[in-house]
Ligand binder design. Structure first.
Ligand SMILES: NC(=O)c1ccc[n+]([C@@H]2O[C@H](COP(=O)([O-])OP(=O)(O)OC[C@H]3O[C@@H](n4cnc5c(N)ncnc54)[C@H](O)[C@@H]3O)[C@@H](O)[C@H]2O)c1
Length: 381
């Protein structure tokens, strides 16, 4: 007789629930909470392995047939009560948001989906979090900067209800990534979309760049993507075993135009991004059998974001001070120089990335691709 296992039973059970409602979250509640509407056996098999039986499918069907709706609390024998809802409640209380039973249409591509955005506290990540919430997703804002992630979560929850949660992570640290996915599983039961966005840049000549800086960039941008995919794929694979067979989940790396063309005096960054596309293609080949798509989005420069526009440390100020743009006398001159290199005459924005993100999630018949979003600056051959 096997016993309750959070990381095995929650994603499996969420997959079963997704047969009955298009958007479901499953959250461990305090042991002292009310009796469960439905109690089921734990699945057999070890965590991560294929279970020997289909957990709770028959019990769930019988419950729905008898009651006309899904249970709002479930207990897997030996485990805590689980709140069934569609928002991110905390363990102290059950969610009250009605389950979303039917979805359809472009505006519903991510509605009710459980997403995690790494590096979600600022920059492109923040823009993606905001847009996902507006499109009805439930979003874990994962960042090294937990204060920033929680501040954004508070702001969004005040406006939209309990739909986001800040979570601490260092994507370059295996134990930290493992803990993040354990937390996500306890608070949502599974995950549908990983946006692997956290990234860092240390520019410098190959003749000057220190090994420490090279390793730092590689560890966050390249190894971090591997670690996040590894733990996300484990949860998604369990969940997808019993979810409807036409339902896929997505891993999307926010790459860069520097993953498609070399970047002068920026080799550590470009190398980490080129290498990540090798991971994207390889993971896509393997995970297709788990119904997980893996794609990359390659944005052009985000001139309005903090990396470029921070008044003290932004690249515009740095390039002005370093005299990198001949004849430039102000930040505006430096910006104009870079904008002129983009055929569409402006930098990339969060909404441009979001168009691509919705496309790769909505497109059921594509995986292992790198989608440029560069205003025509990079064209695929
Ligand atoms: N800014 C651009 O012009 C541009 C262009 C193309 C691609 N990108 C890519 O977009 C992504 C986001 O870039 P951005 O410019 O918005 O970044 P940013 O520096 O504005 O924000 C990055 C966020 O990631 C977090 N972070 C950093 N290291 C982390 C770690 N180890 N673990 C968890 N979180 C961490 C930071 O705290 C921050 O909140 C990166 O992958 C970057 O390579 C950026």
């Amino acid at each position: 007789m096997s016993s309750y296992d959070t990381e095995r039973d929650l994603p499996l059970l969420r997959g079963v629930l997704l047969r009955f409602a298009a958007a479901v979250t499953l959250c461990e509640m305090d042991e002292s909470r009310a009796e469960a509407d439905l109690t089921v056996r734990p699945s057999t098999g070890e965590g991560g392995d294929a279970p020997a039986d289909a957990p709770a499918v028959a019990e769930m069907q019988a419950y729905v047939d008898g009651n006309g709706s899904l249970p709002r609390t479930i207990r897997v024998q030996g485990g805590p009560p689980l709140a069934v809802g569609s928002t991110l409640s905390d363990a102290a209380g059950r969610t009250t948001e009605p389950l979303i039973e039917e979805l359809g249409g472009r505006e519903d591509v991510v509605r009710g989906r459980v997403a995690v955005v790494t590096g979600g506290a600022q920059g492109f990540g923040e823009q993606i979090v905001r847009a996902l919430v507006c499109h009805g997703a439930r979003v874990f804002i994962a960042d090294l900067n937990l204060d920033g992630a929680e501040a954004l979560a508070r702001e969004l929850n005040a406006a939209h209800g309990p739909v986001t949660r800040g979570v601490a992570v260092d994507v370059s640290d295996e134990a930290s990534v493992a803990a993040m996915f354990a937390e996500i599983t306890r608070f949502a039961g599974g995950v549908d979309l990983l946006v692997s966005n956290a990234g860092v840049l240390k520019a410098g000549s190959v003749k000057e760049l220190s090994s420490a800086d090279f390793d730092f960039v590689t560890r966050v941008n390249y190894t971090g993507f591997f670690l996040c995919t590894r733990f996300a794929a484990r949860v998604m694979a369990q969940q997808n075993r019993y979810a409807p067979s036409d339902r896929t989940t997505d891993i999307v790396q926010i790459n860069s135009k520097s993953g498609l063309a070399g970047s002068n005096r920026n080799g550590a960054y470009a190398g980490s991004k080129f290498g990540s596309l090798g991971l994207v293609q390889s993971f896509a080949l393997e995970l297709v059998s788990d119904r997980i798509k893996v794609n990359a989005i390659c944005p052009g420069n985000f001139f309005d974001g903090p990396l470029w526009s921070d008044p003290d440390r932004g690249l515009f100020v740095q390039y002005l001070q370093a005299g990198k743009v001949p004849g430039a006398e102000s930040v505006a001159d430096v910006r104009a120089h870079y904008e002129a290199q983009v055929p569409m005459g402006r930098g990339c924005r969060g909404e441009d990335v979001m168009h691509a993100l919705l496309y790769v999630v909505e497109q059921p018949y594509e995986t292992g691709q790198a989608v440029p979003v560069t205003g025509g600056q990079i064209m695929l051959s």
